[in-house]
Design a protein around this ligand. Structure first.
Ligand code: URA
Length: 219
């Protein structure tokens, strides 16, 4: 990838992040501290898509920087991918919260919130054009594979995702962290198999570039 192309994609991402920073389409746009656009290599071969920012991500404005993020970093390293080489983002860019009376708890994004935020995710995919998308957890997986997708039955299988990009889902790192004992070992084994499938796919020769390099999404 030429330096010019890398710089162009980064400019597109920065521009799109600016649009997201001003977005107040849903209620979570009003309660967030920071929008969490996503980050990583603008020419990444792998895009990782999580559910939505949690408390730490909301505070820091960066995706997957809490406990689940630490585990995600280790998962990626296990297939020789440092975090910086991947593009990491979420189905929604603002933290979905639930006011319990005592505190603001994290909650999964609603279908409406995911729908409102989808153009931003689609733009990220169009700019980065990864060779593989890895969806973490059921909400992200369903957003690509449809409502009927079952994370327990269909994780580890390849689907045709947005723009025809091979897409696979695995368990969310936060879910792995909630397991204990034998259940955790079992889940980790399945996730490891899914990660190896990603590694194998990425090792296959890349298809020749068929699309023009120029995309300008916000003109
Ligand atoms: N969980 C997610 O789904 N995304 C984050 O960015 C952090 C935790």
């Amino acid at each position: 990838m030429s330096l010019e192309e890398r710089a162009r994609r980064q400019r597109e991402l920065d521009r799109a992040a600016g649009v997201v920073a001003g977005c107040r389409t849903c209620g979570i746009g009003a309660t967030r501290r920071n929008a969490v656009y996503g980050e990583g290599d603008p020419c990444a071969t792998l895009m990782v898509v999580g559910e939505g920012p949690g408390e730490t991500e909301d505070k820091l404005g960066r995706p997957f920087v809490g406990r689940a993020g630490e585990l995600l970093d280790r998962m990626l390293l296990s297939i020789d991918l440092p975090r910086e080489d991947v593009f990491i983002c979420n189905t929604v860019k603002c933290r979905p919260t639930l006011d319990t009376g005592q505190r603001l708890a994290n909650r999964p994004p609603t279908p409406d919130e995911m729908r409102n935020c989808r153009p931003y995710l689609d733009a990220q995919i169009a700019i980065v054009r990864p060779r593989v998308i890895l969806a973490l957890g059921a909400p992200a997986a369903k957003s690509f594979m449809g409502e009927r997708f079952s994370i327990t039955k269909q994780r580890g299988q390849w689907f045709e995702g947005p723009e025809g990009i091979p897409t696979i889902a695995t368990f969310h790192p936060a879910y792995i962290l909630r397991q204990t004992g034998g259940a955790m070992s079992e889940v980790k084994k399945l996730v490891w198999a899914d990660l190896k499938a990603v590694r194998t796919r990425l090792a296959e020769p890349a298809a020749p570039e068929t699309k023009p390099e120029q995309v300008s999404l916000f003109d």
